[in-house]
Design a protein around this ligand. Structure first.
Ligand SMILES: C[S@@+](CC[C@H](N)C(=O)[O-])C[C@H]1O[C@@H](n2cnc3c(N)ncnc32)[C@H](O)[C@@H]1O
Length: 284
């Protein structure tokens, strides 16, 4: 429980938000640095024109928000993690992008964002991590203007490629709390359809494709595992649990085998790992 002080100076106890705590725990910018090329390529395929109003939800430090702003869009990045919002604003400032700003917010309700206010809502491996997926779908539809679009990138459960496997391996060391809805359910087409039709979208307006996102890291696969171990919230939690049960070495070995097996780089000092994801495109 987090101690907070209300306006009268009385100490109150705010319930901790585990979703926020998970993503503020590490430093996702360290992982995001390996995702820039694919983020830029993805954004180039979104048909962005100058002046388009874009919401990047679960934006991290702006892997897709900054390239969208570079194409002239008016971009708002929203993320639950205050450290990533600060990093995004810093990167936008350094790039001289006055049309790209970041603020804290929760995909579950998007409080403070007006109805029908964006032409395009993008959420790449972002909103999938928010709890209450049905509410998330409703919130995304609510803030998109009629005729606008929603584009999501979601990891696919059971997929043999990198991130689905990291999350599968990690979850074996950290059993989810009761009632937990796995983020990976956003990678199942029938579930996505149920969520968006439940938010008022016709089935024919929901389209899917399988796409590839490549992680490029300037170091060997084992060093890339260390980045996840030290900076990626879900993997950090898995290592915390594995250490308690004396299985940290098992987890390290499993991840090293995975990363090494999937590495496509021919160089010893570089890692390049393609990962498959489900791209969801919704016409509002
Ligand atoms: C895997 S990262 C992806 C970040 C970014 N989209 C990218 O591609 O680099 C997941 C992001 O979702 C954010 N996130 C998780 N739960 C959220 C929520 N309920 N509302 C808003 N953002 C959330 C995390 O803070 C994190 O930045």
């Amino acid at each position: 429980m987090k101690q907070e002080t209300d306006l009268s100076g009385i100490k109150t106890t705010a319930p901790a938000n585990p979703n926020k705590a998970l993503w503020e725990k590490g430093d996702f910018t360290r992982i995001a640095a390996s995702m820039r090329e694919s983020g830029e390529a993805l954004v180039r395929g979104l048909g962005i024109k100058p002046g388009l109003k874009v919401l990047d939800l679960g934006c991290g430090d702006g892997t897709t928000a900054l390239p969208a702003a570079m194409l002239g869009a008016e971009v708002l990045g929203v993320d639950i993690a205050s450290n990533l919002v600060a990093a995004g604003n810093r990167r936008a400032r350094e790039a001289g992008l006055a049309n790209c700003r970041f603020q804290e917010g929760d995909a579950t309700h998007l409080l403070g964002l007006a109805d029908k206010s964006f032409d395009l809502v993008v959420s790449i491996f972002g909103a999938m991590f928010a709890p209450k997926p049905q509410e998330v779908a409703k919130a995304m539809v609510r803030v998109t203007r009629p005729g606008g679009r929603i584009v999501m990138g979601n990891w696919i459960p059971g997929d043999p490629t990198l991130v689905a496997q990291i999350l599968r391996i990690s979850s074996a060391y950290t059993p989810p709390p009761e009632g937990f809805v796995s983020p990976m359910t956003w990678g199942v087409e029938s579930q996505v359809i149920e969520r968006f039709t439940g938010a008022g979208i016709a089935r024919e307006q929901i389209h899917f494709s399988r796409e590839t996102f490549t992680f490029n890291f300037s170091g060997a696969p084992a060093a890339f595992v260390d980045e996840f171990r030290n900076y990626y919230g879900p993997t950090m939690n898995a290592f915390d649990a594995a250490e308690k049960s004396g299985r940290a070495n098992d987890l390290q070995n499993e991840l090293e085998m995975l990363f090494t097996g999937q590495n496509k780089s021919q160089r010893k000092d570089a890692t390049s790992i393609p990962a498959t994801y489900l791209q969801v495109r919704v016409q509002v």
